[in-house]
Design a protein around this ligand. Structure first.
Ligand code: NAD
Ligand code: UFG
Length: 329
């Protein structure tokens, strides 16, 4: 299948492109390179032997995106493009609403005008807010605590309304838990611009001596007091997208958690990272980060039951592969 991948030079998108090629699909990437580098294409080519077609454009630019649709026949779109930094979204809400919502609406218009009937959307566990119980199932109540999360929830709603009005369409909402790690070859990984916010990129900067890691709170109601999350290897997450393509021909709205079902604390991540990589990660215990929750992990059984998807990489693989990519950068 020819598949349009928006945000395909980004962290999760680039790993998914590898997976699509492995399954014999033809991915076509559009990205404005606002948070990724063109060199991701070199990594993709070295790993897969294929250099996918690439268009540098903003998905909000209807004329430019329409041109891409006119010259291809996409069986599906996988929509990764978006801004994703929680803290930044609090400072720049308009930029987040404009980019994330307008890019999605523009993409849907192009799909409708060109007869493309399947979209897979990158949603997030952030749409569950602070869950009343764990593990989190797909039918739990939804709420958000920051503009980034609200864009995800609003886009989920837009996609549901779009599918209601276009009954032949297939919409899949993938709610990612915490993707970490990198391709085991060390040729692709997470290359965030600026100062990182997420735990693993900060752990790696600390291991290089570039900063001290603040552990945000050790007084949560968790086994060691630090925050617990469901970390999933980015290659597993990528495989979740090829699995989700099984629904491509089925009309309806499908929602899946993509996680492992296991939670790890911040201290467990630090200890595992130090052990598997033989490095020290200096850290201090700091205040809680506003907006954080104590614990969050998925019930991943629906994706396994309906898509045959199950994450196979453990936390050691995630820490090893992440460092293998980042250590010399
Ligand atoms: P990323 O920033 O590495 O990738 C996103 C890509 O989209 C970047 O290459 C960026 O340049 C591009 N982009 C942004 N706005 C664009 C626009 N208007 N037009 C064209 N390209 C645009 O992020 P990622 O970690 O790969 O995340 C991919 C998707 O998954 C995002 O939608 C993100 O919100 C979602 N998600 C990520 C996480 C996570 O922890 N990484 C968790 C849950 C959901
Ligand atoms: N943490 C620290 N120090 C840091 C960074 C993080 O102690 O410097 C802790 C956090 O307090 C939390 C855990 O590490 O307990 C994970 O934090 P991240 O920032 O890596 O991830 P979050 O769970 O806060 O959020 C991430 C993405 C969201 C996404 C969500 C999905 O940033 O976009 O996962 O579960 F929605």
């Amino acid at each position: 299948m020819q598949i349009l991948v928006t945000g395909g030079t980004g962290y999760i998108g680039s790993h998914t492109v590898i997976e699509l090629i492995r399954y014999g699909h033809t991915p076509v990437i559009v990205d404005n390179l606002s948070n990724s580098k063109i060199t991701a294409l070199d990594g993709i080519e070295k790993i897969s032997g294929v250099r996918p077609e690439f268009y540098e454009l903003d998905v909000c630019d209807k004329a430019a995106l329409s041109q891409v649709f006119k010259t291809h026949d996409f069986a599906a779109c996988i929509h990764f493009a978006g801004l994703k930094a929680v803290g930044e979204s609090v400072r720049l809400p308009l930029e987040y609403y404009k980019n994330n919502l307008l890019s999605t609406i523009t993409l849907l218009e192009c799909m409708r005008e060109n007869g493309c009937k399947c979209i897979i959307f990158s949603s997030s566990a952030t749409v569950y807010g602070d869950p009343a119980s764990l593990p989190i199932k797909e039918d739990f109540p939804l709420s958000t605590t920051n503009p980034y999360g609200t864009t995800k929830l609003m886009i989920e709603r837009i996609l549901r309304d779009f599918q209601f009005a276009n009954k032949e369409c297939s919409v899949t909402l993938l709610r990612y838990f915490n993707p970490i790690g990198a391709h085991p070859t060390g040729l692709l990984g997470e290359d965030p611009n600026g100062i990182p916010n997420n735990l693993l990129p900060v752990v790696m900067k600390a291991a290089k001596g570039e900063l001290t890691l603040n552990v945000f709170g050790n007084d949560y109601d968790t086994p060691d007091g630090t925050g617990v999350r469901d970390y999933i290897h980015v290659c597993d997450l990528a495989a979740g997208h090829t699995a989700a393509l099984k629904n491509a021909g089925k009309p309806g709205v499908f929602v899946y958690n993509l996680g492992t079902g296991s939670g790890f604390s911040v201290l467990e991540i630090i200890n595992t990272f130090e052990r598997v990589n033989g490095v020290k990660v200096p850290y201090v215990i700091a205040d809680r980060r506003p907006g954080d929750i104590a614990a969050c992990y998925a019930d991943p059984s629906k994706a396994e039951r309906e898509l045959g998807f199950k994450a196979v990489h453990g936390i050691e693989d995630m820490c090893r592969d992440a460092w293998n990519y980042a250590k010399d950068r």
